[in-house]
Structure formats: C-alpha cells, structure tokens
Design a protein around this ligand. Sequence first.
Ligand code: AMP
Ligand code: GLY
Length: 416
Amino acid sequence: MRILVVGKGGREHALVRALAESPSSPELFCYPGSDAIFEIAKPVAADGLESLVAWMTLNSIDLCVAGEESYLVKGEGLANLCERHGIPCWGPPKESAQLEASKEFAKNFLLRNQIPTARAAATDTLEEALAAIAGEYPTVLKFDGLAAGKGVAVCPDAAAALSFLDEVFIQRRFGPGRVLVEQCLTGPEVSIFAAIIDDEYLIFVPARDYKRAHDGDLGPNTGGMGAVASRQLISAELLAQIEQEIVKPTVQGLRREGLPYRGFLYFGLMLTPTGPQVIEYNCRFGDPECQAVMPLVEGDLAAFCLAGAQGRLRADLLTFSESWSVCVILASAGYPDSSRNGDEISGLPAVTQARVYHSGTHLNEAGKWETYGGRVLAVVAGADTRADAVTQAHAAADLVTFAGLQRRRDIGILNF
Ligand code: AMP
Ligand code: GLY
C-alpha cells in the first residue's frame, strides 16, 4: 500500500508515524512534509495541488490522507481532485469542509440540525457587530474564514471588542469577510474526534488541549501548548450524551444535506452547565491533540483509513488503549505573536521514554535540529495513570533545550 500524507506539522508527523507503525506496512510519502517527516516518509516533487494529484496518479498512490485543513478548500479542493482522478482520499470534499472554513456555514448547519451551540448573529460592518453585541459582555467574535487560529476573540469588554472589530473591518487583517457575534459559553472544553464514513462513524479517544500560552491558562491564545488524552477523560455517560446529541445528528445532517464525508471530524465542545455544546468543527485531527491521541490508537490505522476512504468502516481494525497520554509543546521565542527560527536544539537523543514529534524544526547544514516555526516539538508520554503520564511527559520535556524555549509546566495537571 502506498500512502501520501498532506501537511507538514506535528500532527502530520504523528499521523505518518502511526501509519508507518501499522501492520500493513505502507510505503509512505508526504507533501510538503518536513525534515523530520522525511526520516520516515519520502518527499514528493510537486508544486501545488494539481501537480500533486498528477504525481499521485503517476506514482500509483493508493490513498491520500489529508492532515492539514487548508488543502481541503484550496482551488478545486484536495479530496475533490482526488475523486476526479480515482484516488481514495481520507478527508472531505470542499463543500463539506465548509464546516471548518466558514463559521457561518457551520453555525447554520448546527442550527438546522438542532445540535446544541451558542446563539450567534452574522455581521458585515463594525456598526452591525456593535449593534448585535448590544452591550452584552463578555461576547465572542469570530472572523468567518480560515485565520490560522487567530480569528476568534473572547472579549471581556467593549474595548477588547472594538480592537478586534477594528482589526477585521478596518485593517482587514484577515482579508474580506464577516464576523459572527456569538453568545459566550462557559465550562471546560473537550475535543472529540470521529472517523466519519458516509452514515457511519467511530469515535476516537477524547482529548483536551491547552490553548493559552502560559501556566494557569493565562496569556494569549495559541495553536495549543499541549494536550491530555484518555478514554477516561470524560465519563461514559457524558460521552454517550455527546454521541446522541452531537455526533449522530452531525453525521445524519451531513447525509441529509448531501455533504459527503470520509475522514476525521473534530468536534470542539464546551461542557456548559446545560450540557455539551459545539464551539467549532474542524475537518481534520487536532494539533496537538493528534500527537497525544495517536499513541493510544492500536491496530492498523493505514488499513482503516484506506477502507474508510473506499466507504467501509472497519472498526475491527482499531482498538483504543485505556491509558493516558500527555503532550507537552516546546515553542520558540516570541510565540504566539511571532516565532524564531535557527535556535539549535539539544538533548533530543536523551529522550528515550517518550515520543517526540516535530512541529517546526529544520536540519541545519551541520546536521543539527534547529527551530523552524512557533511550535517546535511535541513531547508525548503515555502511562496507565494520568499522574504518571504527566510526570513522564514533563521529565522527558526537561531533557530538551534551545534558546528562547517556552513551555507550560501545568500541561496534563491543570484540570479545567
Ligand atoms: P475556535 O477557534 O473556534 O476554536 O475558538 C477558540 C477558543 O475560543 C475556543 O477554544 C474557546 O476557548 C473560545 N470560544 C469559542 N467560542 C466560544 C463561545 N461561544 N463561548 C466561549 N468561548 C468560546
Ligand atoms: N488544537 C486545536 C486545533 O487543532 O485546532
């Protein structure tokens, strides 16, 4: 089996590793990939989606796995192009990926399908947004498009709201687009991942990510500074409620509305006092949740994804460990406002009791790893208890250093 994974971050490194460890032993390729990924997958000579799909055809690729969301909605869409060329793709077509690409589309889908979610109004101008907020703070403002994780502002007061609306409508920081004014929900967050194949689904291990930059869940929002994953993270009753009220109606809604789906779907949920509600959908695995979850997935992920892309849910190919997994992100100087490349990383060979996935690294001319992006590495350890997984992940993370390294010390510990 020949598999091509699309993406280049820590999530894709974890996916490629999990596919490489599959008993079906696939031959792996990755585009655009990274130096670390190219240690286990071969690079692809392509320049853009059209040439990538042509390359897949020429090289008899059996399965394309979409890691990163942007390719799903670029141009014709990765999955759409694959379908046109007869290549099975694990990842949804462009029309279905609007669930992630457009917050307004997702909100309307949720409302039409009576799936619990926050009230919201779509607005076109700063004045309209202020009218929709109607002086009610805190409020949540969401730019209606892909904004690399920067498109959401939880605003405690009018000053914060005005500053975000100024960025969107006056400075046009994210380009043209509307803003969703959303009711602010409260409660712990949880990320649920399901493999969806037409009208069937399989729920993976739940995870929680740590979005803020600093300990105590303070500081600016980031792409995620770490994650904890376990089947025991939430109760079986709560998971059953999430399945009945959220996952099942989502899958039925996709079918009813003619939105094809074969791939991972990420449900970003808030466990509010009145029950779980959907904050967002992502048409892919989470990053860094994927790095925490993949070590808990046992079986043949490669065969599972190929069967899924061909329309068969082969739940028998996978089992999920009952243990715990903790992922600590090491970020570069300046993150999340900026990032710094070129800081040499030391200590990696000392990590023997944990997995290290590369999110943003580069091999320099001297053959040494150096920082190459905001989130640099994900250090992941697993154990039977949460406490042991926490201890092991942080102890392994302690072994790795580079100038300007930033990390949280409460990943896996802080329970919110
Ligand atoms: P998103 O980019 O949609 O994941 O949002 C980023 C973060 O903003 C979420 O993880 C939440 O912490 C927060 N958030 C989004 N929507 C709401 C909401 N309606 N109420 C409270 N917090 C929210
Ligand atoms: N961890 C959040 C995300 O992948 O969007």
